[in-house]
Ligand binder design. Structure first.
Ligand code: MLT
Ligand code: MN
Ligand code: ZN
Length: 295
């Protein structure tokens, strides 16, 4: 199984269009590598690919990876696209995949209903793009040789669907993780997760590779940096640091572990930061665009 990181950054990317934080300034100046919004391409057979989350950057992400280019006049090696929630950074790229080339679009019933309720997605023609509704905890093929299982992780409804009261640790069909298996290897992809409950920890024991929510280093990072009013908790994202953070909670998992969906404010982007050193010392890798993981 081959996994290619199409985008390592959280919603907004690095740099984000309106952000003058030190990371975004350095990414514009070429001192930090810019990064697209989070997405992973996976292949079990080297000829077909499945894309996990369609980011607004998908056009340039696909252009940068020859494995994803068409092989004939109108064609794609992309057999399927799977979305793990209804957030803009994970669905807006579907609009770039209109143009009448078939693939299968996989999501839970609830995530499909977000697409159904937003008529702009009708541009992704139902004649060509089959919308396949997937039940939780039920394995299905993403393409030949690549099996996936969706499972609920704590999260919330998409930002654009929030009401007056927002539950930030809903466990259901609106935010899912993905277990991928091919050739006896197991990969998990969980780009959004509000906290790590014990049953999630137990589930991940068989991982060979884990891609996990690396949005924030700590919960009040956006408030402290002056870039936003919300805590990580309010956004439905666990932090890396702290006793309930992902580094501590996932320490019993001995898989190769990679942070993905990293917000532009996160100090781990910086090669010289103590936070990045801490992450690496605790056995984690920080994803970057184009990173390839072969299993
Ligand atoms: C998130 O991961 O919290 C979302 O991508 C936020 C957003 O839609 O901007
Ligand atoms: Mn996001
Ligand atoms: Zn920034």
């Amino acid at each position: 199984m081959k996994c290619l990181v199409l985008g390592a950054a959280a919603g907004g990317g690095l740099p984000q269009w309106n952000c003058g934080c030190p990371n975004c300034i350095d990414a514009r100046a070429g001192r930090l590598a810019p990064s697209g919004q989070s997405s992973l391409a996976v292949s079990a057979n080297g000829s077909q690919w499945s894309i996990l989350n369609a980011s607004p950057d998908i056009r340039s992400q696909m252009q940068d990876l020859p494995a994803l280019h068409p092989r004939s006049l109108r064609d794609t090696p992309v057999a399927s696209v799977l979305v793990t929630n209804g957030d803009i950074d994970h669905i807006a790229g579907l609009l770039s995949l209109r143009e009448q080339t078939p693939f299968t679009l996989f999501a839970t019933h609830e995530i499909h209903s977000v697409l159904d309720e937003n008529r702009i997605f009708d541009a992704v023609s139902r004649d060509k793009v089959t919308r396949n509704h997937i039940a939780l905890d039920t394995p299905f093929p993403l393409h030949e040789g690549l099996e996936a299982t969706l499972f609920a992780v704590p999260g919330k409804v998409p930002l654009f669907m929030e009401g007056e009261v927002v539950e930030t640790d809903l466990v259901g069909e609106q935010t899912v993780g993905v277990r991928l298996t091919a050739n006896g290897k197991v990969v998990y992809y969980i780009p959004g997760c509000a906290h790590v409950p014990d049953d999630l920890l137990a589930r991940l024991q068989d991982a060979d590779q884990l891609f996990f929510d690396g949005t924030l280093w700590d919960d009040d990072e956006m408030i402290r940096s002056g870039t936003g009013q919300k805590t990580g908790r309010r956004m439905g994202h666990i932090s890396m640091s702290g006793p309930d953070g992902s580094i501590a909670r996932l320490s019993p998992i001995h898989a190769r572990k990679t942070f993905i969906h990293i917000n532009n404010t996160n100090p781990v982007w910086r090669p010289d930061s103590p936070e990045r050193t801490h992450v690496l010392e605790h056995g984690w890798q920080i994803a970057s665009d184009g990173l390839e993981v072969d299993l």
